[in-house]
Design a protein around this ligand. Structure first.
Ligand code: ADP
Length: 297
């Protein structure tokens, strides 16, 4: 499967330019869409799932323009929106059964067996008879993904699935997604949490204020930051000076003052050691340091 996004612009009626000439291409597996709030992630997802038309540009799935093949596309699509809520007193299994009917699963016996298979897959089989709107936050998100999976979609779009989840649930959710991504499906995951973009994402894009800042495998994002992340040992006085001039990523108190990591092209004022960046460092490099440096250029 190939998804191509070409020259996409989204300008809302109030003039908000939420997506600015976005061009992207990716295939089967997990694709992570990362960016701070307001970057344009939800807008892009709503366009991909055909809930919204772009102002200009197009999205192609296996060469077909999604706006011209909406019906066909919706059949192969599962979507977990950011604000997915249950306003229902249905039991967990009943809710999924209902979602299955909406997805076109007509045969009741097959639908019920699919419901139990999915409840098992997302670890909710024991909660099948509980009222859906009384589940914990993490369980609700997992029921949300089960609802997006019913009907065996080939493209799964999940918008900010881990927001508000505790670390255990976040890891659990990520594992469910990475298992799914091995099944020859395309998962598009949007998040503002850098840690959600794990090594399981084959590709990723970084959006900021509607612009595509980076696209490629996460390793490449990290490569760009190599040589730009430094560790310094500073006295409290030096630390105050360093804060004024550098993008500080982390600060750990040590006996002599502070051990500080910064993102910069160079650190001439202080004794520093260049360190291997992780994805969080690379994110800061792109969002804080590189953008500002590019603006100055
Ligand atoms: P993200 O999902 O990354 O937080 P969004 O796509 O929700 O970003 O928002 C991108 C920009 O578009 C923001 O400036 C937001 O305020 C604006 N926006 C989103 N939805 C609407 C809307 N329905 N009408 C007007 N502006 C919107």
């Amino acid at each position: 499967m190939k998804i191509e996004i070409q020259g996409l612009n989204m300008i809302y009626s109030n003039g908000n330019h939420a997506l600015k000439d976005i061009n992207l291409e990716f295939g089967t597996g997990m694709f992570g869409l990362l960016g701070p709030n307001g970057a344009g992630k939800s807008s892009l997802m709503r366009i991909i799932v055909t809930l919204m038309k772009p102002t200009s540009g197009a999205v192609f799935i296996d060469g077909k323009d999604i706006q011209k093949h909406r019906k066909e596309l919706r059949k192969m699509l599962g979507y977990l929106p950011q604000d997915f809520r249950f306003f229902t007193s249905l039991k967990t299994w009943e809710f999924l059964d209902y979602s299955g009917s909406l997805a076109g699963l007509r045969n009741k016996k097959e639908r019920l067996s699919e419901v139990d298979r999915l409840l098992d897959q997302v670890g909710l089989l024991e909660a099948r008879d509980r009222q859906a709107n009384r589940l914990s936050g993490g369980m609700k998100r997992r029921l949300g993904i089960a609802q997006a999976l019913i009907g065996k979609p080939r493209i799964i779009v999940v918008d900010e699935p881990t927001t508000g989840l505790d670390p255990d649930e976040r890891i659990r959710f990520r594992n469910i997604l990475s298992q799914l991504s091995q099944n020859d499906v395309t998962i598009i995951l949007s998040t503002h949490i850098v840690g959600d973009i794990s090594s399981t994402c084959q590709g990723m894009a970084l959006l900021n204020r509607g612009e595509l800042v980076f696209s490629g495998p996460p390793e490449n994002l990290i490569k760009h930051a190599e040589g730009h992340v430094f560790k310094l040992h500073l006295t409290p006085y030096e630390y105050e000076k360093a804060k004024e001039h550098y993008d500080v990523i982390s600060t750990i108190p040590v006996e002599t003052g502070w051990e500080v990591q910064v993102v910069s092209d160079e650190v001439p004022e202080f004794n520093s050691v260049s360190i291997i960046p992780n994805i969080e460092d690379a994110y800061v490099f792109f969002m804080e340091h590189k953008l500002h440096a590019d603006l100055i250029d």
